[in-house]
Write a protein that binds this ligand. Structure first.
Ligand code: F6P
Length: 330
């Protein structure tokens, strides 16, 4: 069924950039919504890399059975340098045309969306983005697929570290993911009662942290949890540790880097839900002629934002949340 001015018969779907729990649920929704509308749906392996290398296979309803609960992505993913160049994108276009694929759904973050913008400007293939990244750093959507799962994974791990931290009266610096964005650090830090949260969006006053640690030591509060995003302005937990150790040589400080465990595991209920909704609406967009947008959710309603406007939401951290961290950490 086509409601837009242009007829869409075959669509492709790919996952690109860092994987995120819930991407499989989104693929499932795209494939099954497409089939519901009598479209042929093609899975493109390893993101734009598979598009360029013609690693494309037709998908059936059964191809996406039993994946809604699985982390990772059955289509695999990649960060593809070749797609930055026109020649790479042209190869990708030729492979789509060869199969008569006339619409593309891209599940990924802002980098993947930027690739889609170039592609849709140069070639006659409408593109729809689905916001999938654990970093939640895309402006225009309250959720990105995978963020909720990643934060819950971080919270569970930090709670465990807190037990041993408390038993030993230690200071712990825990690094969570987020090269450019502090949302995982901020959410997991508040939820685990962190005394300090260091994020890329804000300059950190280390002297202030040292002063507060010394003051807490005087009150015999020896347990202190510092949650650091990997891309904070010192460059992650190891660097923060070096500085603190210099300033507080007697303190018992340990570092724990949570790393990629945050990107894996079964998606949470919220991630499965938003992925299913976004996947369904992405196909509807293609059919309705609402092209070159990404599907986001604001106040629990679907929003369609031009891919061109998809930018990192750097600096949009709530002042109120930062104030809450300070007040609750005393
Ligand atoms: O996908 C987002 C992200 O997990 C960031 O938080 C992190 O900085 C980056 O990807 C790590 O990427 P890679 O797995 O390629 O090292």
């Amino acid at each position: 069924m086509n409601r837009g001015s242009r007829k869409i018969n075959r669509i492709g779907v790919l996952t690109s950039g860092g994987d995120s729990p819930g991407m499989n649920a989104a693929i499932r929704a795209v494939v099954r919504t497409g089939i519901f509308h009598d479209l042929e749906v093609y899975g493109i392996m390893r993101g734009y890399q598979g598009l360029i290398e013609d690693d494309i296979q037709k998908m059936e309803s059964r191809s996406v059975a039993n994946i809604i609960q699985r982390g990772g992505t059955i289509l695999k993913t990649a960060r593809c340098k070749e797609f930055y160049d026109y020649e790479g994108r042209k190869k990708g276009y030729d492979n789509l045309k060869k199969r008569g694929i006339d619409g593309l759904v891209i599940i990924g973050g802002d980098g993947s969306f930027r690739g889609a913008v170039e592609f849709s400007k140069e070639f006659d293939i409408p593109c729809i983005g689905i916001a999938g990244t654990i970093d939640k750093d895309i402006l225009g959507t309250d959720f990105t697929i995978g963020f909720d799962t990643a934060v819950n994974t971080a919270v569970e791990a930090i709670d465990k570290v807190r037990d041993t931290m408390d038993a030993h009266d230690r200071i712990f610096i825990i690094e969570v993911m987020g090269r450019d964005a502090g949302y995982i650090a901020l959410h997991s830090g508040i939820a685990t009662g962190a005394e300090n949260i260091l994020i890329p969006e804000r300059k950190t006053d280390m002297d202030d942290i040292v002063k507060s640690l010394l003051e807490k030591e005087r009150r015999k509060k020896l347990v202190n949890l510092i949650v650091v995003a990997e891309g904070d302005d010192f460059g992650g937990a190891e660097e923060v540790h070096k500085i603190l150790k210099e300033k507080l040589p007697m303190a018992e400080i340990r570092v724990c880097i949570l790393g990629h465990i945050q990107r894996g595991g079964a998606p949470s209920c919220i991630d499965r839900l938003i992925a299913s909704r976004m996947g369904y609406h992405a196909v509807e967009c293609l059919l309705e002629g609402r092209h070159n947008v990404f599907v986001g959710i604001q106040n629990n309603r679907m929003h369609y934002i031009p891919l061109e406007n998809a930018v990192k939401s750097k600096g949009k951290i709530s002042e109120e949340w930062l104030k809450i961290v300070k007040i609750l950490a005393s």
